[in-house]
Design a protein around this ligand. Structure first.
Ligand SMILES: Nc1ncnc2c1ncn2[C@@H]1O[C@H](COP(=O)(O)OP(=O)(O)O)[C@@H](O)[C@H]1O
Ligand SMILES: [Mg+2]
Length: 199
């Protein structure tokens, strides 16, 4: 049997759909170079991630990929605004305050811009993590369960923001979710099946 393969063309948007435990986070960690696959390979813009030394892999990820982690990974000591500024600095070597303020407004966190992550609700944290992933205008935006803590209105708004931002910047979008609410918004869906032993 041929090994499974997945390719996303530049500007293409894919929903990675599957139940809990089906391997969405693992696949995202492989795609973003956070874990090295034991077989197969990942190419970003033609560059094989696993062929790069760790430092160069980190640099490629910072410059090219905006990641919304399932566990958010906001930096606890920094405010929302500072988290975005640091991400921009690491990716671009400079900060762009108007873009930061605009994104914070777009995710509805202007009144929480100077709050630290532990002062945010789970949903506010998710929105901050989405803004951080977008703030350096990455070519690839990868989001792991970005709407799991959000109510219907906010989940729709966040999916629309991710899609609109990706459209505006020509970014490729990959959203992993078990959230069927997002399905209607995507033309392309990649389904991972339930883990063995789970109905
Ligand atoms: N670091 C790890 N080491 C070993 N197994 C893991 C690790 N992380 C996840 N798993 C297992 O891999 C499977 C897929 O997990 P995961 O990728 O987190 O799925 P999903 O994100 O779809 O819920 C699960 O059975 C999970 O228990
Ligand atoms: Mg997961």
């Amino acid at each position: 049997m041929a090994a499974p393969a997945f390719a996303a063309a530049r500007g293409e948007h894919t929903l990675l759909l599957g139940p809990s435990g089906s391997g969405k986070t693992t696949l995202i960690n492989v795609i973003t170079g956070l874990i090295t696959p034991t077989s197969g390979e990942v190419k970003i813009d033609g560059t094989a991630m696993s062929a790069l030394p760790a430092a160069q892999r980190d640099q490629l990820r910072r410059r090219t990929i905006g990641v919304v982690f399932q566990t958010l990974r906001l930096i606890a000591a920094l405010t929302v605004r500072q988290n975005l500024a640091l991400a921009q600095n690491l990716a671009l070597g400079q900060t762009d305050a108007p873009t930061i303020d605009q994104l914070i407004a777009q995710v509805g966190l202007t009144h929480r811009a100077d709050a630290r992550p532990r002062e945010l609700s789970q949903g506010e944290g998710q929105r901050a993590a989405i803004a951080r992933a977008l703030c350096a205008k990455p070519a690839l935006v990868v989001a792991d369960e970005p709407t799991s803590a959000l109510d219907d209105a906010n989940a729709g708004a966040m999916a629309d923001l991710l899609l609109a931002t990706a459209e505006a910047t020509g970014a490729t979008l990959l959203i992993a979710t078990h959230d069927n609410r997002l399905r209607a918004r995507f033309d392309r869906t990649l389904v991972l099946s339930a883990p063995q032993g789970v109905a």
